[in-house]
Design a protein around this ligand. Structure first.
Ligand code: SAH
Length: 194
């Protein structure tokens, strides 16, 4: 694998992710909302994630900026990156399908919101965020650049760090003891570990 192929894989993965998400985004716009945390804070967090996983790698792929941070590409890192991205797409697909109409790109409770604990939600409470971390890890492996590679981890990591606690509080307010019990038997993003 060449560095060029690795870049094409990263771009194709981003397009595949967009296509997986699209029907959910369209349906979400038509589903009524009981409670929402949308606002400047959420917008800023989504911008951080979009910058790290989208804009920085796109700029690097199209222009080579920041060139000074390049390091030599090895085919092995490219193959590993492709494998990790495939895993993340599989998990994205599974989480979107399982979460169904409860999905949101922000923090929201629908008027008819169900607590999902099946499929990938059986082991971790935030498998979609696990999938985003896998994507960010794939980006580190696929881009041989010390800044553009880890940008996704920084961008999505910021969103995760500032959102996950609020999201769990919102779920506790909505589902009470049921969510508390669910928290006790699951990890956040890495099964049995965290
Ligand atoms: N954090 C989850 C969901 C991301 S989508 C994951 O990583 O898989 C974000 C929306 O999902 C939020 O609006 C929240 O209300 C909802 N949500 C989070 N966990 C949920 C669950 N177990 N069941 C139903 N909805 C959930």
């Amino acid at each position: 694998m060449t560095a060029w192929t690795a870049k094409v894989i990263l771009m194709s993965g981003a397009v595949a992710w967009f296509l997986i998400r699209l029907p959910h985004q369209l349906r979400a716009a038509r589903t009524s909302i009981a409670k929402s945390a949308r606002g400047p804070r959420e917008a800023m967090l989504l911008t951080c994630s979009l910058t790290g996983l989208g804009l920085v790698p796109l700029l690097y792929i199209l222009t080579g900026v920041p060139k000074f941070a390049d390091y030599p590409f090895t085919p092995l890192q490219g193959w590993l990156g492709a494998l990790v991205f495939l895993g993340s797409l599989w998990l994205f697909h599974a989480t979107h399908r399982t979460l169904g109409r409860n999905w949101s790109d922000s923090l929201e409770v629908r008027t008819q919101h169900n607590l999902v604990t099946a499929g990938p939600y059986r082991l971790v409470r935030h498998p979609m965020y696990s999938a985003f971390f896998l994507w960010a890890l794939a980006q580190v492996l696929l881009l041989p650049n010390w800044l553009a590679g880890p940008a996704g981890l920084v961008g999505f990591g910021t969103l995760f760090a500032f959102r996950v606690g609020r999201e769990e509080r919102l779920m506790l307010e909505t589902f009470g003891a049921e969510y508390r019990a669910y928290m006790q038997r699951t990890a956040r993003i890495v099964p049995w570990i965290y």
